[in-house]
Structures are given as C-alpha cells and as structure tokens.
Design a protein around this ligand. Structure first.
Ligand code: NAG
Ligand code: NAG
Ligand code: NAG
Ligand code: NAG
Length: 214
C-alpha cells in the first residue's frame, strides 16, 4: 500500500509539473489565427504564455510577385482602429538583412507614424527570399501598459485592423506613403487555459484514487 501511494504521488507530481501553469498553455486550441489582407499580403497571429505573461506573435508575410521596390518594401499593421487616426501601428522593413519592426503611433491626422517613446515590440523572425517572399515577425505583450500609444488587446475578442505596405526611401530608410492599404478585423486568439500545479496534482490524485479504489 505504501508503495502504491509513493507511486501515486510520483505519478501525479510528474503530471502536475508537466501540465502546470507556464508549461501547459495549450490545453485548449484556438491560439493561432491568420488574416489575408490581399492575395499577397497576410498576417499570422500566435498566442503564447511565457513566465505567466501573455504574448502575441505576429508574422507579416508578403508573397510573390514582390513589387519592383522589394528591397525597400515596408509592411505595416495597425490595431484597434479602422483609420490611421491615432492608431497604434507597427512597421517592418529589412535593414542589413534583418527585419526591423518598429513600435509606432499616429497623430491626430494621417501623417507618417512616429516611434513610440516606449518600445514594446521585439523581432522574432525575419526571412527574405527576394523575388519569392518576405517574412517579418515581431512579438508583443497583450498588455503593454502604454495605454497612450499601444492598443491593449483583449484575447478572444474581435479587433479592428488596418494594414498597408509601401516603399521606403532607399537612401534614408524613411517610410514613404503607402501604395495600398485597407481595413479588416480579426478575432484574437483565446487566452491560455492553464491550471495551477496544485490543482492538477489534486485532480490527478483524486482521479487515480477513484479509478483504483472503485
Ligand atoms: C488565406 O489565403 C490562403 C492562401 O491563399 C488560404 O489558403 C487561406 O484559406 C486564406 N485564409 C483565410 C482566413 O481567408
Ligand atoms: C502592466 O501593469 C501590470 C499591473 O501593474 C503589471 O503586472 C505588468 O507587469 C505590466 N506589464 C508591462 C508590460 O509593463
Ligand atoms: C470583449 O468581448 C466581450 C464579450 O463579447 C465583451 O463583453 C467585452 O466588452 C469585449 N471587450 C472589449 C474591450 O471589446
Ligand atoms: C530619398 O531621400 C533623399 C534624401 O533626402 C531625397 O533626395 C530623395 O528624393 C528621396 N527619394 C525618394 C524616392 O523619396
């Protein structure tokens, strides 16, 4: 009997450590979303929980045929608005062979979006096979607390999106007015459903006992 309890505790410890909180954000699906802006330009969204914090990963993808100015192509996306007016915007372009994604916002009028004072985005992937596709990925916390310049996402809710792409000045890198733009919306990935290690341990013990003692 003591052996049985030892085995039970060991088993449930392993289960709860494996499935508990940070390590198991994916107990339910729905963490991945795709939105096609045009036939060539699309965005993928992926949710992840890291050290108890909610992150969204964004991949901007532009596919063949790339415009003639492919080396100076910039890709943009804005959150929570249907116009550029006061929008939270991220603009990505390639610089020294790596995606440089910048956290920006727009003023009251549609001018070139300016850099946020507090940067809340990080690059996580960049690939360019010119003539074929360009991929630029950035990640951001769902809640940045920069309520003035960043849209604070509500996981699972619908969010308006604006998108644009265009040509940057090849000499200065300056973003020049978009070539094409549009408005759409996306239902954000759902928050992770995670349970504490203690809760999983208790549930494990209960179910094994119920199963073996009845
Ligand atoms: C987006 O476009 C791709 C490729 O054309 C297609 O397979 C996919 O179903 C589209 N997704 C949505 C959400 O429209
Ligand atoms: C935002 O504020 C909350 C509450 O003060 C804090 O727990 C969280 O770490 C902050 N997040 C960021 C990205 O600063
Ligand atoms: C998110 O969706 C819920 C349920 O539809 C709604 O009650 C809530 O107001 C929404 N939040 C925002 C910020 O739109
Ligand atoms: C790029 O910037 C340079 C320097 O300011 C300027 O001379 C040139 O006309 C600009 N090119 C375009 C396409 O805007």
């Amino acid at each position: 009997m003591a052996k049985f309890f030892k085995a039970l505790v060991l088993l449930c410890a392993v289960v709860s450590l494996t499935l508990g909180q940070k390590s198991a954000p994916y107990l339910f699906s729905g963490h991945h979303k795709v939105v096609n802006f045009t036939q060539q330009y699309s965005m993928e969204m992926f949710y992840n929980k890291e050290n108890g914090e909610d992150w969204l990963y964004f991949t901007l993808l532009f596919e063949y045929p790339l415009p003639t100015y492919q080396q100076d192509l910039w890709l943009g996306v804005g959150f929570g608005k249907t116009t550029m007016d006061s929008a939270d915007i991220v603009i990505c372009r390639f610089q020294t062979n790596q995606a440089l994604c910048t956290d920006r916002h727009n003023g009251r009028f549609p001018v070139t979006p300016v850099l946020d004072e507090k940067n809340d985005i990080l690059r996580f992937r960049s690939e360019a096979v010119y003539d074929q596709f360009v991929v630029m990925g950035f990640k951001r916390k769902v809640i940045t607390n920069d309520t003035e310049n960043d849209y604070q996402f509500q996981l699972g809710n619908k969010t308006d999106l604006i998108w644009a792409y265009g040509q940057a000045n090849s000499t200065t890198g300056e973003i020049i007015k978009h070539v094409e733009y549009g408005v759409t919306s996306i239902t954000l990935p759902k928050a992770a459903t995670s349970f504490s290690k203690t809760a999983i341990f208790a549930a494990c013990v209960m179910s094994v006992l119920t199963f073996t003692l009845t």
